[in-house]
Ligand binder design. Structure first.
Ligand code: M6R
Length: 368
C-alpha cells in the first residue's frame, strides 16, 4: 500500500500537490468559488457576526492560517480555539456565531464534544473534514470536505494542506456572500491558489537537501521555529512535527515575540528555523524578520531560513537557505510547511524511529 515509499508519511507528503488540487477541483467556476454544499446558507452566512474555529493539534494550526485569510477577505472576526478549551469555558454563542470545526478524521472526541456544545448553545456549525460521513460531519449543519484521500501516518501532512485550501475556498465564498471583496481580486486570489500544486511539486524536488540537513542535526536537543503573520502557525506546526516524530523539544514562536522572552533561549549553536515572509509583502514584515535573524545570529544561533527564491537579504545571515517559489503571501504556508514536514520525517528516520507510528500517539484521538 505504500506504493514503493519507505513510509506512509513519505507517500502522503508526495501526495500534497494532489491533496490541494483535488480539494479545489470542481469548486471553481468562471473565476468564482462554487460550494454546492453551502447552498441555501447564504442568508445565514451573510448574517453571522463572528467565526470561531475549533480543532486540535495540526488541524488547529490550519485554522490559524485560515483566520488571516477569512478576516482579510470576509471582514468578519475569526477566533481559533482548541476544542477542549472552548468546550469548558462557557463561550458566548448565539445564532450569529458560526463555529467551524476542522478535523481530518472527523472522529476526534474533543472536537466532537465541542461541536455538540456549540449546537446545544445555539451556534451555527460547519465542518471541514477529510473523512466522508464521519461523526463530526454528520453532526454539523454543513460540511466542506477536504479531498486529501485517506491519511494513514499519525503525523498529519497532506490533510493539513487540504484543510488550509478548504479554508481559503470558504473564505472566498464567505466574502462573496457578504460582498466584502472585489470579484476581480477574488478571481485573482483563486488563480494564485490554483497555481500552488505545481509549486509544491517544486518544493518537493529539493527534498535531498533537507535529508542532508536532518542528518547533521540529528543530535540537536532543541530546535526553535520562528514565523510571522501566516508564517507563525507554520512555525507552530514545524515544532509539533518535530516533537511528535523525532521526540525533540521544539517550540514555535511569533517572531515579534522574541524580545518579549524567547530570545533568552538563544545560545551559541542553537538551531532556529525562520520562515521568512516574502520581500514583496505589503506590510514590510520581511525587513522585520531579517532584523530578528540578525539579532539571534549575533547571539550565536544557527539559522535555517525558509525564504522565497531570489530573496538575497537573508544570505549574509543564514547558515542554510531553503528556497520556496514565489507565491501570493497568503498562500505561502502551503509551500513553507513542506520543508518542515520533510525535515521532521528525515530527522526521525536518521534517529531510527518509526515515522508512521510515533510512540504514545494514535491517529485519531477518540477519547477526551
Ligand atoms: O483527526 P483530527 O484532524 O481531528 O486530528 C487532530 C489532531 O489530533 C492531529 O492533527 C494531530 O495533532 C496530528 N498527529 C498532528 O500531526
Amino acid at each position: 500500500e505504500k506504493g514503493g515509499w519507505s513510509s506512509f508519511m513519505a507517500k502522503e507528503i508526495s501526495e500534497e500537490p494532489e491533496a490541494v488540487a483535488n480539494t479545489i477541483l470542481g469548486r471553481v467556476v468562471d473565476g468564482q468559488v462554487v460550494l454546492p454544499e453551502l447552498e441555501g446558507l447564504d442568508e445565514m452566512l451573510a448574517g453571522i457576526d463572528r467565526v470561531i474555529v475549533i480543532a486540535c493539534g495540526t488541524a488547529s494550526y490550519s485554522g490559524l492560517v485560515g483566520k488571516y485569510a477569512i478576516e482579510k477577505w470576509a471582514r468578519v472576526p475569526v477566533e481559533v480555539e482548541l476544542s477542549h478549551e472552548f468546550r469548558y469555558r462557557e463561550p458566548v454563542l448565539n445564532e450569529r456565531t458560526l463555529v467551524v470545526s476542522i478535523s481530518q478524521s472527523g472522529e476526534t472526541m474533543d472536537t466532537l464534544m465541542a461541536v455538540k456544545y456549540a449546537i446545544a448553545n445555539g451556534a451555527r456549525t460547519l465542518s471541514i473534514c477529510n473523512t466522508q460521513g464521519a461523526t463530526i460531519a454528520r453532526e454539523s449543519d454543513a460540511v466542506v470536505y477536504t479531498h486529501a484521500g485517506p491519511e494513514v501516518a499519525v503525523a498529519s501532512t497532506k490533510a493539513f494542506v487540504a484543510q488550509i485550501t478548504a479554508l481559503y475556498l470558504f473564505g472566498l465564498h464567505l466574502s462573496r456572500v457578504r460582498g466584502t471583496l472585489d470579484p476581480e481580486v477574488a478571481a485573482h486570489q483563486l488563480a494564485e491558489l490554483q497555481s500552488i500544486p505545481a509549486k509544491i511539486e517544486q518544493v518537493l524536488g529539493n527534498g535531498a537537501e533537507i535529508t542532508q540537513l536532518a542528518k547533521w542535526m540529528s543530535d540537536s536537543r532543541a530546535v526553535l521555529f520562528l514565523g510571522r503573520h501566516v508564517g507563525y502557525p507554520i512555525a507552530l506546526e514545524g515544532a509539533l512535527k518535530l516533537k511528535e516524530l523525532a521526540y525533540i523539544h521544539a517550540e514555535g514562536f511569533a517572531a515579534g515575540e522574541l524580545k518579549h522572552g524567547p530570545i533568552a533561549l538563544i545560545e551559541p549553536g542553537q538551531p532556529v528555523f525562520v520562515i521568512v515572509p516574502s520581500p514583496r509583502d505589503p506590510n514590510s514584515l520581511h525587513a522585520k524578520v531579517v532584523s530578528n535573524i540578525q539579532e539571534i545570529r549575533a547571539r550565536g544561533a544557527r539559522i535555517l531560513a525558509i525564504a522565497e527564491e531570489g530573496d538575497v537579504a537573508v544570505l549574509p545571515f543564514a547558515d542554510e537557505v531553503i528556497r520556496i517559489p514565489l507565491a501570493a503571501p497568503l498562500f505561502e504556508p502551503l509551500l513553507t510547511v513542506i520543508p518542515l514536514q520533510l525535515f521532521a520525517m528525515e530527522l526521525a528516520t536518521a534517529k531510527g524511529l518509526d515515522v508512521d507510528q510515533p510512540r504514545n500517539l494514535a491517529k485519531s484521538v477518540t477519547v477526551e
